[in-house]
Design a protein around this ligand. Sequence first.
Ligand SMILES: [Zn+2]
Length: 233
Amino acid sequence: MLNELLEYQKLDIELIKLKKEEKNSNSTESVEKINATIKDCQNKILDLEEKSKDLLTSFEKLMEVQKKGLNLVDRYKNLDVENMSEDELKDYESKISQTAKQLTELENRLLSNNQQIKQVVMDYRNYRKQLLDAKDMKEDLKKNSEDKKEQQNPEIENINQKKLELEKLIEKNKLEKYKLMKKDGIFPVLVPLVDKRCGGCRVELSSVALDKLKNDGIGECEQCGRIIYTDKK
Ligand SMILES: [Zn+2]
């Protein structure tokens, strides 16, 4: 009877291990992390789309201003400088130099705008790649956990079948006690005697309990109620 109950417990340990593996493979934590990455990338991409629209608008505005400036330069070029008075000439020169300065400034702003557009394109590609990678990772994780489940189901069924077979061979009251304790989280229920102590809670057994254990090969811990056995298995 003891051997069957021990075998029964071994199967339960196997089941616990399998369920733990399944939980690990379908780690909700990593799924949550990936989902956070996906959301983050999507938000960043939306921001970049907004930013690129703004940059395009300012680019168009800058080009407009540049066109006006160049037209102005054209107009200055056609003025008859020969017949200008000294004051007119001074005014003309100051206008030319001011326009030239403005055009240089404009060019710098266009350059900077161009630089920003390049950065946006680069960032966009980067987040796009991160997004696709994260989606792939999520898909893999899902597939892995499905594979694991499929692979484990027959194993779990097999173990449960074996447990049912064993239940027929185990004393009813012992099986009830075992199931109750397991349900209460006291597991393993069957523990070996370790130096006169309960192999579960480590409390030393009374001499009465020890004597009984020596005679029967099976006993009970007075502290935690676990089933204690002496013969090594
Ligand atoms: Zn105990």
